[in-house]
Design a protein around this ligand. Structure first.
Ligand SMILES: Nc1ncnc2c1ncn2[C@@H]1O[C@H](COP(=O)(O)OP(=O)(O)O)[C@@H](O)[C@H]1O
Ligand SMILES: [Mg+2]
Length: 436
């Protein structure tokens, strides 16, 4: 392994807002002398050498690139790349990488696997049954009644779950998955689970399989419109830390969920090294796992990483080298808010190639503008190239100020059709704590 070197060439695999935030954090490390990103995007191109023709999910191409450019360390941050075994393939050629091997990334790529793991090791989660046959699934839904939650087993770009308010709605989704093959093999098996009530929190936890290091909590906003209305998206904004995640919930999550999950994966010979994204429901019975992801969240990462003062590259290396216990986490003790700016029509149908203006004007406001779907066409000139275009992030001493500053920065930006939620972080009222 070359990771003991004082200086290194680092490759980040991906090209969204999350990868821009990861690149920006790695770039700050004195240890990183050369930063590459595949495929990258318009904004990442300002801080890293991008390889737009190398797809994040093309394992062979990523390995080839890492070899050709003498890369010392790779950060694999997208779900599909991890599920495809990118970390394993890099290991084979002697290049260490941040992220779980395929056999541990399964905690995200198979919800059926995760639910069985949680059941076996008594990790709090919604009650459930797994079906690979339609009629049995339909019978079960009828016997349970609504509301009830139907999930495709495999990766489905965040569209594989329906929280059904009626039995008919649940059956309709079962049919889409199991009869119409909406998500192909991902939906051949379904998880049907109990509907939980409470508030959701994201906990990103670094682990090397021996030690756990929780990063600041966060909260995503999945629906496209204000007041959590409209279809689900990849995420329209995030705040960090979540005011709902009290010390009590954090302690309970650590003891009853984080430690048992790390131990369970070790016991199954699937040691997880990387960052586990615990999606938690804070219920009156304490925290329960909604699902695991095997990587940083998007856009949570854009809100969380600016709060970390520690050298992120050093933390990631310590995970890979199994010496996380030697590290400490230094935080700014601030709050942050990331507002996602999206293309008109997203998440359904949208145009690209719209000229973006005003990004430079946000500098005076100390905003960090993470690029998600942009293309650099000339120096300082960007056009849109995706559904989610930018993640505008501000930090401040308290959350209301961070939110207000992020929105001041968003208002400087414009492009044809641009839309964004106006209520990121604003739906947490003083009565919320009583609701959970
Ligand atoms: N058991 C449940 N009870 C209530 N809501 C749920 C439950 N499971 C999932 N959800 C809701 O559905 C969303 C998506 O489910 P999740 O399991 O996180 O799948 P994915 O993120 O892969 O689409 C969650 O963020 C949550 O809002
Ligand atoms: Mg989820």
């Amino acid at each position: 392994m070359n990771v003991g070197l004082k200086i290194m060439t680092v490759l980040v695999v991906g090209g969204g807002g999350r990868e821009h935030a990861v690149c920006a954090a790695i770039k700050k490390s004195p240890k990183c002398t050369r930063l590459l990103c595949a495929p990258g995007n318009g904004g990442i191109a300002k801080i890293a050498e991008c390889f737009p023709t190398v797809s994040a999910t093309d394992v062979d191409a990523v390995v080839e690139l890492a070899k050709r450019e003498n890369v010392d360390y790779v950060a694999v941050t997208t779900d599909e790349a991890l599920a495809a075994g990118t970390v394993d393939a890099l290991e084979v050629v002697g290049i260490p990488a941040f992220g779980p091997r395929k056999n541990a990334a399964i905690i995200e790529s198979s919800k059926a696997f995760s639910k069985a793991l949680m059941k076996k090791y008594n990790i709090p989660t919604a009650k459930y049954e797994i079906f690979d046959e339609r009629s049995a699934a339909v019978e079960y839904v009828k016997s349970q009644g609504a509301p009830i939650v139907v999930k495709a087993d495999g990766l489905a770009l965040g569209k594989g779950v329906v929280v059904a308010q009626t039995v008919d709605e649940a059956i309709e989704f079962i049919d889409e998955l199991m009869l119409n093959g909406k998500f192909g093999a991902s939906g051949a098996k379904v998880v049907i689970e109990e509907y939980l009530t409470g508030r959701e929190v994201t906990a990103l936890v670094l682990t090397d399989g021996k030690t756990l290091m929780p990063l600041p909590s966060s909260m995503d906003h999945k629906r496209v419109y204000d007041n959590d209305e409209g279809p689900n998206t990849g995420g329209m904004g995030a705040i960090s830390p979540s005011p709902l995640y009290s010390r009590e919930f954090a302690d309970a999550s650590f003891q009853r969920i984080f430690i048992p999950t790390m131990n369970a994966l070790n016991a199954e010979s699937r040691t997880f090294k990387g960052v586990i994204y615990f999606e938690l429901m804070l219920t009156t019975d304490g925290p329960k796992v909604i699902e695991y992801n095997a990587r940083f969240g998007d856009p949570e990462t854009q809100a969380v990483l600016p709060l970390i003062k520690s050298d992120m590259l050093e933390l990631m290396l310590s995970v890979t080298e199994e010496r996380l216990s030697e590290m400490s986490l230094e935080l700014t003790r601030e709050a942050s808010c990331c507002v996602v700016v999206a293309s008109g029509g997203y998440p359904v149908k949208y145009d690209t190639g719209k000229k973006i203006s005003g990004i430079d004007d946000t500098e005076a406001l100390d905003a960090i503008v993470y690029h998600a779907g942009t293309k650099l066409i000339a120096d300082g000139e960007y056009v849109t190239s995706g559904g989610r275009v930018l993640g505008v992030t501000c930090t401040a001493a308290d959350l209301p100020t961070a939110i207000q500053r992020a929105y001041s920065a968003v208002e400087k930006i414009s492009f044809d059709g641009m839309h964004y939620r106006k209520d990121i972080g604003r739906r947490i009222g003083s009565d919320d704590r009583r609701a959970i």
